[in-house]
Write a protein that binds this ligand. Structure first.
Ligand SMILES: Nc1ncnc2c1ncn2[C@@H]1O[C@H](COP(=O)(O)OP(=O)(O)OP(=O)(O)O)[C@@H](O)[C@H]1O
Ligand SMILES: [Mg+2]
Length: 252
């Protein structure tokens, strides 16, 4: 075991640059999709703006139609902004800052946020954190972002579940091979065969307002931590997403 004071890793700077390159490569891979995705709201905005122009040119302009078109323009602009905001968070030039952390404490920090999210979806959040876990070497903010993404997906998946059965389980534990596991389980319908095939593809979404970037970004972040993000069916129903992270041994 290394001394308490985490020594600067000899490969730290190089490692950080590699992670940044890998994140940017992912964005590069996404570029064609991004162009396509942004083109849709922009085309819609242009069409609605032209429609407003035509409606206003009429002698007795129908204000209801104009309002509808303007609301649609605003909604499409929000959608485009959402796509850009999420990409920006992925492209953040600020290097990943990994520190030794207790994953349970990292989850406790966002417990209120997750509870509020569950409440908004008329669901209850059940936390089941293992009592003692080895530390992990993580960028806590990035891991929290991933957990929020997975919890939101689990909550959104339960829109058709009877409200008394809407539950979101968030648990931590140790896997058989000594990895730290964070599992997020829901009582939704589980993954469709189509979603199973394209789960981590950027822009794959079955939701009317989804960007389809949540899982793609989460997967990139977890892999940059030498971890894995996987899925298994939940019992008796629903989906279970689990993150596995190597324990921090201090061996550097
Ligand atoms: N817990 C789940 N249960 C069922 N299907 C899921 C679950 N999580 C993800 N999916 C499926 O995977 C798709 C991709 O998820 P992802 O988080 O990448 O994007 P999104 O949730 O659609 O959009 P965004 O994350 O931008 O809101 C979802 O649209 C949904 O079809
Ligand atoms: Mg999502």
């Amino acid at each position: 075991m290394a001394p308490e004071e985490p020594a600067a890793r000899p490969t730290g700077a190089l490692h950080g640059r590699m992670l940044q390159v890998s994140r940017l490569a992912t964005i590069g891979e996404m570029a064609a999709g991004v162009a396509h995705e942004l083109n849709q709201p922009l085309t819609a905005i242009a069409n609605y703006a032209q429609a407003c122009d035509r409606l206003l040119a009429r002698p007795a302009a129908n204000l209801d139609d104009i309002h509808t078109a303007l609301r649609e323009i605003a909604a499409q602009a929000v959608r485009a902004g959402d796509i850009l905001r999420r990409l920006r968070s992925l492209a953040r030039s600020q290097p990943m800052r990994r520190e030794r952390a207790d994953i349970n404490a990292v989850i406790e920090e966002i417990r209120d946020l997750l509870t509020a999210d569950a409440h908004c979806h008329q669901a209850s959040l059940k936390l089941d954190l293992a009592s003692v876990l080895p530390p992990v070497l993580i960028d806590a903010a990035q891991l929290q972002h991933v957990i929020v993404n997975l919890v939101r997906n689990g909550l959104e998946a339960q829109s058709q579940t009877a409200s008394e059965a809407r539950e979101l389980f968030l648990g931590t534990g140790l896997s058989a091979d000594g990895q730290i596991e964070i599992a997020i389980r829901d009582n939704g319908p589980g993954l469709s065969p189509q979603a199973l095939e394209r789960l981590f593809d950027p822009f794959f979404s079955t939701k009317p307002d989804g960007t389809g970037l949540g899982l793609a970004i989460s997967n990139t972040v977890v892999r940059a931590h030498e971890g894995s993000l996987s899925h298994r069916p939940n019992q008796p129903r629903g989906a279970c997403f689990y993150i596995r992270l190597p324990p921090e041994t201090g061996a550097g």
